[in-house]
Design a protein around this ligand. Sequence first.
Ligand SMILES: [Zn+2]
Length: 482
Amino acid sequence: MNIHIPTPLRPYADKQAVVHVSAKTVADALAALTSQFPELRKHLYSDEGKLRSFVNVYLNDEDIRYLDKKENAPVKESDSLSIIPSIAGGAPVAEAAASSAALTPEEMGRYSRHLILPEVGEEGQLKLKAARVLCIGAGGLGAPLTMYLAAAGVGTLGIVDFDVVEASNLHRQVIHGTSDVGRAKLDSAEDSLKAINPNVKIVKFPMRLSSENALSIFRDFDIVADGTDNFPTRYLVNDACVLSSKPNVYASIFRFEGQASVFATETGPCYRCLYPEPPPPGLVPSCAEGGVLGILPGMLGIIQATEVIKLILGQGEPLVGRLLLVDTLAMRFRELKLHKNPDCPVCGTHPTATKLIDYEQFCGLPPKSAEPATVVNGIAQMQPTELKRRMDAGDKLFVLDVREPYEFAIAQIGGHLIPLNDLPRRMGELNANREIVVHCKVGGRSQKAAEFLAQNGFKHIYNLAGGITAWSEKVDPLVPKY
Ligand SMILES: [Zn+2]
């Protein structure tokens, strides 16, 4: 019969993907395999001679643990055995590589408080050293996540980010400092991480994660940690993790609340089991629109780092099948059970999503184009420079500001303030026949307001593209950005 050897174990089986053995039972077959390749033995079996917890053996398509006779189940020549290392119980790539590495005296000193923990020890520290973790984003979540993973001795950290450090990032993205404003986040993050632990190899991906590049970027990593703040990328990360069988250590944050889980393990649910479809655009504001308490991504990023380290070590109980909810105002942690959905379009029994798609479109966002959109959902988009030109020309435009009063107090451009939620009640304050330019902070809420007004008979509505933030950048830098 044939035994399929998974990639991480092939170095110990003469690099073969399939090994042929003659056997009467599953146990016979494994014994024949390990006598042919003695090095495999310690990877498959514990010192007590038991199959390691992170190794699953399948006879054809059935896990042998669910067979009546388990390891003693009879086999035929036409059967095949597959060895499937379970990612949820430990990172097998790290395990395999860890066995051939050693800690230097400098590392022994650096990690001494880990080495004296029985759950980590030298074996665990070597697993961390061999592990390759990919972090999507070097922002609020990515900052504590990468800093703690680097400090803990994770050997290879990949980071995907194309952003530049802005002053408004500094209240939460503690990996960047004041002097880093204007630098690429990747470069600033690399400097900080190298300062924490020069042993860590940093792999920088200065690009936007996309359907085109995700699978090839993911290929060289064992675990993916999602620190993104937008739905298209979150669905992309999830689907790419499921398709490439990498656990997705997830967290997200909003204002004072956060959530975390571990998705896309072999047995657990994925993000789409929880949320098969994204919310319609505009329904859930981003951090840029809704604000975020500075320490919140710190807490959630550290929860992510903890889960990553547990997966690498194969210790504890990962957040698989559980959604952790963190409410920092009440300082309450709750937990919801998550089930793997057999009808899930990506990880279900009959998946319909078998390759990566256009996630911008999936999330209902207009396609990206080089030219700024001039009309979105029937609403004309006005550039800040155009509004300035028309104001200067004396045009009688009415500027409607749909932000909150506390935002208005920080910065304003002379608009009439009606917060978005008050608009239905206070619509009477507006003249339906006038040209109205609606603005908010970055353009999301004002687009909703403009659509609402258009549905209510307002004829000449514009949305200020990019909001007051774009106004500050393109027209008047004295208007504070917040
Ligand atoms: Zn799923």
